[in-house]
Design a protein around this ligand. Structure first.
Ligand code: ZN
Length: 182
């Protein structure tokens, strides 16, 4: 997800699906080995007030943050679907968790200046609303997935709206954000 319309992918969805369908089948093992070796502490714990945990999650799931996106932000669990990852990335934008946003960007899309990009832009944007419009694939048995959503935000008190279709792809078993259209 980006507020800049600069990365319109040229690769079609079908091409992506074809590419990924022949990949190795060891992704489940990779996923478990990643969980066994818990990732280093994210930057969540020192940025989110404890009392925030029982409040509703910023991703508008109507669940508490503690039972929705927090376990992903703290590295205690991994999203099982592309939509869960999408929601957790929206919440990470909301809380400005740059480590999480970098970590959940697919290595194929992780530009060298990605972290610097977040550091220079993330504090200028205040996210206010998320509505998931639809999903395609992105489930337990899938290696790719799409999520279409509308997100609302403010930049310098000016209301903006983002309507985007994000693509997600597994890497070592874990869902990662690949790119977007719209
Ligand atoms: Zn959430």
């Amino acid at each position: 997800m980006s507020i800049e319309p600069d990365s319109d992918p040229t690769e079609s969805w079908n091409q992506l699906a074809d590419e990924t369908s022949s990949q190795d089948t060891s992704s489940c093992i990779d996923l478990f080995s990643e969980i066994d070796h818990a990732p280093p502490a994210m930057d969540a714990s020192d940025k989110i007030p404890r009392e925030r945990e029982e409040s509703l999650c910023p991703c508008k799931s109507r669940e508490s943050y503690a039972t929705c996106c927090m376990p992903y932000h703290y590295g205690r669990a991994k999203p099982e679907s592309a939509e869960q990852l999408m929601r957790s990335r929206y919440s990470a934008y909301f809380f400005r968790l740059i480590d999480y946003l970098v970590d959940t960007t697919h290595p194929d899309s992780r530009e060298p200046d990605l972290r610097a990009h977040f550091e220079s832009t993330i504090h200028k944007v205040n996210w206010s609303f998320l509505n998931i419009l639809g999903t395609s694939k992105g489930g337990k048995g899938d290696k790719v997935g799409k999520v279409e959503f509308v997100a609302k935000y403010f930049v310098e008190n000016e209301a903006q709206e983002l309507h985007e279709c994000s693509r997600f792809k597994r890497f070592k078993g874990a869902w990662k954000y690949l790119d977007h259209k719209g």
